[in-house]
Every structure is written in structure tokens, then in C-alpha cells.
Design a protein around this ligand. Structure first.
Ligand SMILES: Cc1cc2nc3c(=O)[nH]c(=O)nc-3n(C[C@H](O)[C@H](O)[C@H](O)COP(=O)(O)OP(=O)(O)OC[C@H]3O[C@@H](n4cnc5c(N)ncnc54)[C@H](O)[C@@H]3O)c2cc1C
Length: 466
């Protein structure tokens, strides 16, 4: 007899949802988590702190109100780290409370400490004081996540040279910053600090950034960031970083030197599966500390599942949660549908980006014809009311049957608005639905109707010429 039916390693989004789903199915469930990390990277150092920081930046800088009240409009002139941290800590505290409560209510046991495999069904848990205990289970779900990858050549001190975990420990808002890596996390933070008035330089080895997004949207983002005094160095790499009492100098391979108060590396993330004594369970991790799984999230050892960032792409809180729920259902022999291929992407830059489905580039490469329907926020009454003149929503439509092939949004509310497109696409809806639908007025959602009419008119024009 095992101590638990299901034992989950890690309490981030994947682990949490796996634990709750198994508990709802009546199983005895335990979650192993380190003392100060309830909620995982998501709550403590990743999604929630960064999104709360963004909200605090938007509010305190008054950036989104400047079209209305002028370029010098600010809620607070001298924004300090304490101003930003107050909101972040408040939200983190509340979220941890919600998770603890949810686990409690569902009678999920929280085993505090660092877990490692002793054998395929047993974990050794070492608590903060070094005391060891053991817990066994019929099924194990690994949701141990990732940590920032740190190049060994760089001497991180968590003050001047930091990774994304170090942002919440900054002592003051830097006057200048070098962001190494223009991935999602790097660009999100670059835009937040630029909004705070920090002079940001982004160094990216590739010639483009966020190449999985719509090209036009990324061009618009770059324009906005340059307007906030961001400098991009594409096709360049950082060779070394020199640290001084007053800051650091990033030396690029091309020989350029960039001085900054802070250098933030955002150079990908490393899986934590290699810390788990996997050999004792008959498993092994890849070179990036990740595990591979089948379509049911089972590892090579069938009673051990893995979900979330530790299994790699897309490594989002949104997908990790669903993977956790599906793994738990499979582990508990509960029928479940597969994860839909259609998944939204949200990028919380300032302004924000969101999309679902395919991009113009992907469709062109696959030789799939499409028509574009465009709505600009400045043509919407709600766009004028909120002072967003740059936002846009783009529909990619199949000319032969009007199906939506992609929805790309840039501007206020993009990450919320995308779900209307997701619902239409998920139900195999066509552009006709959006043309006929009545939307609340004045809303940003109305952009769907405007874009649908635009696509419809172009398609009609084409058919009249035939
Ligand atoms: C700065 C930043 C911003 C992000 N923004 C977004 C966003 O806007 N939207 C989005 O969807 N995603 C975002 N993400 C990604 C998101 O945070 C992750 O996809 C998500 O947290 C992964 O969840 P997970 O379940 O894999 O576990 P994680 O959240 O990675 O947590 C894993 C947990 O396992 C614990 N653990 C590990 N090993 C052990 C062990 N041996 N014993 C006990 N406990 C262990 C860790 O302590 C940790 O608490 C962001 C990430 C970062 C870094």
C-alpha cells in the first residue's frame, strides 16, 4: 500500500492542476514543494510578478493616458522599486493564499521540502532544516519546471548582472539596462523598463525577434519600443560583461561596448529534471534538463508523468495547467480529450500582442491562399475613448469558405480579445458569423466585425472581377 495514489513534484501551474484534478476524482494526493515556492515559478518569480509589475508600470507612469493628457502626464514622478514591489508582493501573497486554500479544501497534503527519487514509486523529501522523509505513490507527476539558463562565462551577482529572477530584487529602477536576448521574457521586461524611463539596449543574436508572430505586429512593436528610446542590436552577441562599482559594460563580439546600470540575461531556461535522481526511477533527462513524454504525458516509465515547462515547448503557465489536468485524468483512468492544437499566445509587452492560428508567413510558405481583414483601434469609438490609436486586429480568412485561419492583435486588451477569435475558430466558425454578429458598442471587440467586413469586401471585390 502506497502513501498516496498520486504524488506531484512541484506546485506550479502544472503540478497544482494535476493535484486538484486527481483530488476531485477522489484520489489521495500529495504535493512536494520547497518552503518558499508555493505556486512555483509562475507565482513567485515568473508570470504573476512580471504581469503585476507591468500593471504597476502602466498605472504609475500614466503611459496609456498620455494621448489624452499630454506627453508629460504621470501619476507619480519619481517611481521607486518600492512602489513597484508593493503591488507585486501584494498579489503574490494573495495568490499563494488562494493556492494553499485550494489544496487544503481538496485535502491535498503539502509535503514541504526538496524531492528526489529513491525508487520508481518513492520520493525522498528533504526539508529546509535537512530532515529527510519518504513518500510513496502509485503514480507520480513531475512538474518541477525550469530555472533561468546562466552562461558559465558570465559572473552573475544578482544586483548588477542579473537574470529574470533577479528583477524583483533590484534596489532601484536602473537608468540604463542591457537586455541580452529578445525572447518573450526579455522583450516584456525591456518594454516595462523602457516605459519607466530606463534607456534599454536589446542585444539579440538573430536578425529578427519573436519570429513566430505576425511580421507587421512585430514591426509595430519595434516602432513603439524605439519611440520609448529602446535600441536594438540585432545580429550581435555579448562576448563578455565587465562589472564595475557603478554598473557594468557589455562587450559585444563586434567590439562595441555598452555601459549600463544593469545587464539582464534572458537566455532561455534550463529544465530541473536533472536534479531529481532520475536514475533511481529508471529515467533520464536531456541535455537541457527536460523529460520527454507521450501524448498522455507519460514518461518512459509509464506510471511517472511529466507536465509543464520540464517537458519543453510551449512552456507557458496556460498550457502547463491543462497538461497537469490531462495527465491526472489519464493517471486516474478518467477519460479525457486530447489538448487542442489551437492554442493562443499572449505576449505582455507594452503594447501587448496576442494571436491564435497561423501567420501570413506560415500560410504563404504552405501555399495556402488567404485574405486579410484589418481593423484599426483608432477607427473604433472605444479606441478613441481609451486613447489607443496604434492598436490593430487582423483576421486571416480562407477565401474559398470564409474560415478563420489566424487572428493577430496588437494593442490594449489583445490577450483578452484573442479568445473571441479562438472561440470562433474552435467551433469552425466563419467570417460570416463575425459580419452578422452584433457587438456591444463602444467596445474593442467590435474590431472583429470591422475586420470581418474588410475581409468580406475584399473577397467580394475579387469575385466581382472574375
Ligand atoms: C518572467 C516570466 C514571465 C512569464 N510570463 C508568462 C505569461 O505571461 N503567461 C504564461 O502563460 N506563462 C508565462 N511564463 C511561463 C510560466 O511561468 C511557466 O510556463 C509556468 O510557471 C510553468 O509551470 P510548471 O508547472 O512547469 O512549474 P513552475 O512554475 O516552473 O514551478 C515548478 C515548481 O517545482 C518546484 N520544484 C522543482 N524541483 C523540485 C523538487 N525536486 N522538489 C520540490 N519542488 C521542486 C519548484 O520549487 C517550483 O516551485 C513566464 C515565465 C517567466 C520566467
Amino acid at each position: 500500500m502506497y502513501d498516496f495514489d498520486v504524488l506531484v513534484l512541484g506546485s506550479g501551474p502544472g503540478g497544482q492542476k494535476a493535484a486538484i484534478a486527481a483530488a476531485k476524482l477522489g484520489r489521495r494526493v500529495g504535493v512536494v514543494e520547497r518552503d518558499n515556492m508555493i505556486g512555483g515559478v509562475c507565482i513567485n518569480t515568473g508570470t504573476i510578478p512580471s504581469k503585476t509589475l507591468r500593471e504597476a508600470v502602466l498605472y504609475l507612469t500614466g503611459l496609456s493616458q498620455r494621448e489624452m493628457y499630454g506627453q508629460s502626464y504621470r501619476v507619480k514622478d519619481d517611481i521607486t522599486v518600492a512602489d513597484l514591489a508593493a503591488r507585486t508582493q501584494h498579489v503574490i501573497g494573495r495568490e499563494i493564499d488562494v493556492i494553499r486554500n485550494q489544496l487544503n479544501r481538496n485535502r491535498v497534503a503539502l509535503l514541504s521540502g526538496f524531492g528526489k527519487f529513491a525508487d520508481p514509486n518513492t520520493l525522498t523529501v528533504t526539508d529546509a532544516r535537512g530532515r529527510e522523509s519518504h513518500a510513496s505513490a502509485a503514480k507520480v507527476v513531475i512538474a518541477s519546471g525550469t530555472r533561468p539558463a546562466r552562461p558559465t562565462s558570465v559572473d552573475f551577482d544578482d544586483r548588477t548582472i542579473i537574470d529574470s529572477d533577479g528583477i524583483i530584487n533590484l534596489e532601484r529602477v536602473p537608468r540604463s539596462m542591457v537586455v541580452v536576448g529578445a525572447g518573450v521574457i526579455g522583450i516584456e521586461y525591456a518594454s516595462m523598463f523602457a516605459a519607466l524611463g530606463t534607456k534599454v539596449t536589446v542585444v539579440e543574436r538573430r536578425d529578427r525577434m519573436l519570429e513566430f508572430c505576425d511580421l507587421e505586429v512585430i514591426e509595430a512593436l519595434k516602432y513603439h519600443l524605439r519611440d520609448l528610446a529602446v535600441t536594438f542590436r540585432f545580429g550581435e552577441s555579448v562576448a563578455s560583461v565587465e562589472r564595475y562599482a557603478q554598473g557594468a559594460v557589455a562587450v559585444l563580439e563586434s567590439g562595441k561596448k555598452i555601459a549600463a546600470d544593469t545587464v539582464m540575461y534572458s537566455a532561455g531556461r534550463q529544465g530541473t529534471a536533472s536534479d531529481l535522481e532520475l536514475a533511481a526511477a529508471g529515467l533520464s533527462a536531456d541535455a537541457r534538463g527536460r523529460l520527454s513524454v507521450d501524448e498522455h504525458f507519460r514518461t518512459a516509465v509509464p506510471h511517472i508523468y511529466a507536465v509543464g515547462d520540464v517537458i519543453g515547448f510551449p512552456a507557458l503557465a496556460s498550457t502547463s495547467m491543462e497538461q497537469g489536468r490531462l495527465a491526472a485524468h489519464h493517471a486516474c483512468d478518467e477519460p479525457a480529450r486530447a489538448m487542442p492544437a489551437l492554442q493562443p499566445i499572449g505576449i505582455y509587452t507594452i503594447p501587448e500582442i496576442s494571436f491564435i492560428g497561423r501567420t501570413e508567413d506560415e500560410l504563404t510558405e504552405a501555399r495556402i491562399p488567404f485574405e486579410v481583414g484589418l481593423a484599426r483601434y483608432r477607427e473604433l469609438a472605444r479606441g478613441q475613448i481609451i486613447g489607443d490609436s496604434y492598436g490593430m486586429l487582423k483576421l486571416l480568412v480562407a477565401p474559398e469558405d470564409g474560415r478563420l485561419l489566424g487572428v493577430h492583435i496588437f494593442g490594449t486588451g489583445a490577450t483578452e480579445l484573442v479568445h473571441i477569435g479562438q472561440a470562433v475558430m474552435g467551433c469552425d466558425g466563419t467570417v460570416d458569423y463575425l459580419v452578422d454578429a452584433v457587438f456591444n458598442y463602444p467596445t474593442l471587440a467590435e474590431a472583429y466585425k470591422v475586420a470581418a467586413l474588410d475581409a468580406m469586401n475584399k473577397m467580394r471585390h475579387l469575385s466581382r472581377l472574375h
